[in-house]
Ligand binder design. Sequence first.
Ligand code: NAD
Ligand code: NA
Length: 398
Amino acid sequence: MIIQPRVRGFICLTSHPEGTAEHVKQQVAYVKSKGKIENGPKKVLVIGASTGFGLASRITAAFGSDAATIGVFFEKPAAPGKPGTAGWYNSAAFEQQATEAGLYAKSINGDAFSDEVKKQAIALIKQDLGQVDLVVYSLASPRRTHPKTGVAHASVLKPISQPFTNKTVDFHAGVISDISIQPVESEDDIDNTIAVMGGEDWKFWIEELKAANVLADGVKTVAYSYIGPELTYPIYRNGTIGKAKDDLEATVPVLNDLLADLNGVSYVSVNKALVTQSSSAIPVVPLYISLLYKVMKEKGIHEGTIEQIQRLFAERLYTGAAPALDDKGRIRVDDLEMREDVQAEVAKLWEKATTENLEEISDIAGYRDEFFHLFGFNFSNVDYEADTNEVVEVPSIK
Ligand code: NAD
Ligand code: NA
């Protein structure tokens, strides 16, 4: 079928198999261009491996240090006449490119929050790898069914004590408007968001992997967090999602205790704001990202997900020494985003931004382009008028 983008709000309903493969190929090429990561990971489990930071982690491990990877994700395969999700196609392309390079790559498509998928991952590690030396936890989800209680938790993106009003952008239309978001109505909103995006499931994974003896001596585990500028604090870091990130970060010492007898260590890495399927759903953030991209590109310090994660592995996690941590014990690869000169310029542009000057003062065009790239569109070397086979297998998934 001929596959064109079909956009509804902040999501794109279609994805392109050749375009997503091109996106994966470019990320692989970037990692290779940076050279081998000495003493990088060798056997890696990535939870949330199909898009965004998790996919970048899988690509960096595989092509940066020849790692065997098992990827866990929740995606929809294609059916005749209906394209699969971007993460499905990304994973198909990744497995194909990894296998061609002689690297082991297998995937599990299912609910990572469930006990069953954890058991499947353990069985696959036992069967093929014995143990893993790195576990990347990179889930972003709007909901989680708790494996012990059966309760279905839905996360919310809300401020906590008072309404928040600020600018936001409809990045497709290029229109800036004011948005007011009402605060949580009860503690339940906070608790549910923590249940979905906090650290409990990461802990369950590590507990179960350890109990099954599939974690190698010296194992590392890393999860991803975000802080961002003060202007997004009410909706992000001081909002419901920020409480979940506090909880995720507070899980680090718990996991360090759990991993001590394996000489293992856990980290949270605070990453840069980037266009992903998850971040485009957060009000206010896309406008911030388009201004940030403009400033960082002008200064020559812009990074995408693959640049961020390659740097995390090469310059933080696998240098041979313990990484520098901030006063809250976190790795920071948002250092360039948070630089004072960058933030001062973004803040100035934020005050000025209107629908009329948006194209000129922001990188809204770059935002849009990257958004379409997530779904395999807007690549100049892909023919979007051509008939393409929408049914693509992820080789390891039967
Ligand atoms: P993403 O939406 O691109 O990736 C989410 C991944 O989780 C996908 O692989 C998806 O298949 C998987 N997933 C979701 N629900 C699942 C389930 N129930 N079972 C199995 N897999 C499931 O998101 P992302 O932006 O890469 O976010 C990953 C992490 O990075 C999150 O913790 C996020 O908060 C953090 N982070 C994001 C940004 C940003 O700007 N995007 C910045 C800093 C940190
Ligand atoms: Na991810």
